[in-house]
Unconditional design. Structure first.
Length: 143
């Protein structure tokens, strides 16, 4: 499992650079809940810190990520309309469902945050809080 950490962000950025999408999995999920999301999303890889993770897809351990690039990075393989994140709902009224966010959605959110980091202008009484993927920590499953 990965908490909100540099390896989680590196995994997301690497996936997007390679043209893949990501579906962050809540680390508080039971094994059955995590397996459902990983299988339902069609994930083909799991980035985690749990060496014993067994969800039917290849596992990359965060601790095994190289500290430096092995060479020249490929050109980005994504466009604005390409899927970037598959975020799952809580499933409070049934099975969780994936909500697709493309790169233009992420760009719009980033622009909004950059323009108004407090989320409501100078009169705002609270700050925006954006935990990675809506959880206290995440596993990352690349698609």
């Amino acid at each position: 499992m990965l908490p909100n950490c540099a390896e989680l962000l590196l995994g997301l950025l690497a996936a997007w650079r390679l043209g893949a999408a990501a579906t962050p999995v809540n680390p508080a999920f039971t094994a059955n809940e995590a397996a459902y999301q990983i299988q339902d999303s069609g994930a083909v890889l799991l980035l985690t810190s749990a060496a014993d993770a067994d969800y039917g897809v290849p596992v990359v351990l965060a601790e095994d990520l190289p500290a430096r690039s092995a060479g020249v990075l490929p050109e980005p393989a994504t466009g604005p309309g390409d899927l970037a994140l598959l975020i799952y709902t809580s499933g409070s009224t049934g099975r969780p469902k994936g909500v697709m966010l493309d790169h233009s959605n992420l760009a719009a959110m980033a622009s909004s945050l950059a323009a108004d980091p407090r989320g409501g202008g100078a009169a705002a009484r609270c700050r925006r809080s954006l935990p990675a993927a809506g959880s206290a920590g995440s596993r990352w499953a690349g698609r």
